[in-house]
Design a protein around this ligand. Sequence first.
Ligand code: ATP
Length: 371
Amino acid sequence: MTFQPPATHAAVSTAGVELHYGATPVLKGIDISLSKGKTLALLGPSGCGKTTLLRLVAGLLAPTKGSISIVGQVVADAAANTFSPPEKRNLGMVFQDYALWPHLTVGGNVSFPLEMRGLGKAERQSRTMRALERVGLGAYADRRPSDLSGGQQQRVAIARAIVAEPQLILFDEPLSNLDRELRENMVGELAELIATLGLTAIYVTHDHAEALTLADDVAVMRDGLIEQLASPDQLIEKPATPEVADFLRLGGIADLDHRDGLWVFKGSDVALLRSEGDAGASARVLIPVGSISVSDVGPGRLAATVLRSQFRGDGHLATVSLVGPTHMELQVLSRVKLRPGDGVGLSIDPDQIRWFSPRVHSSQKESLQHA
Ligand SMILES: Nc1ncnc2c1ncn2[C@@H]1O[C@H](COP(=O)(O)OP(=O)(O)OP(=O)(O)O)[C@@H](O)[C@H]1O
């Protein structure tokens, strides 16, 4: 007899989920599947529907269409009129504003979900201390939340979310109230905590760096739809659309026309590449930051003017405007400091340019510098 592995279920899945407010569709058909022990980030600009999707998974909203399952159990199905409330979904939640009760001690806040479940005092105390120790706050149980820093308060909120060992944790922009330095430290800390505790998590953010750091998979959302769902590496390597590339700030997006054996920036005579056989075509491309090298103005290089520049830790990240094409800005990394108004020459590696449409084989193209 051959061994049959037990059927495995996604930790969370949604099928054709739509949410309408009156006649206005906010989510327009969402399909996600998240495996146990993985973190999914919902990333996108304000108003794209990230929080709405999280609230649907939490059971704070019911879908207008479609269904949601958690560990194989259908928790909402619009067609079958099925709906489990949040307390039946075995979830932990961490919000932007921490949502700690000021009148309770840190320990009282963390043990609250256990009280709701009717656990005895001794069990509550030992679980609360274990959760606080896991987030590095074992010594703070008797303090008030107001005595703690923002980062510590957020760790209390995380301890409260994990204390009942839920099957899924939902994070809604948990770091956005912290100042930049603390946020950057907390991202790494949170990623480590999620990995060490083996949590399954959905993490809402509008910060691409946070999503790419924390998540195993990232759903880039736009206007109520998932534009691309992929691992951070895949997103960076192969953004599906110009909008995804732009949102992840992977480089400059350019519209090109093919004329006389050259790909030129639309509306200009400035050529990016030589390429035969695409007569009359037009294309939209991503010019990644890493594909551009900066030097002095010179033959075979694109002329550009520096608009602004900022030190980034490993060099100066400058925004430059190409001379010729209107409104074509690119970001470049320079070892030397560039000043606004400086003229620079850019060389672009043609093999690193990503073509959204039409797909042009890279061997057909040649950098002008080498022409
Ligand atoms: N109760 C409501 N009634 C009507 N429209 C709503 C309601 N709640 C949210 N919306 C609309 O739904 C859309 C998605 O909102 P949602 O909060 O999910 O976006 P988001 O991507 O999380 O944005 P943000 O990052 O700003 O929180 C927005 O256009 C919002 O105005």
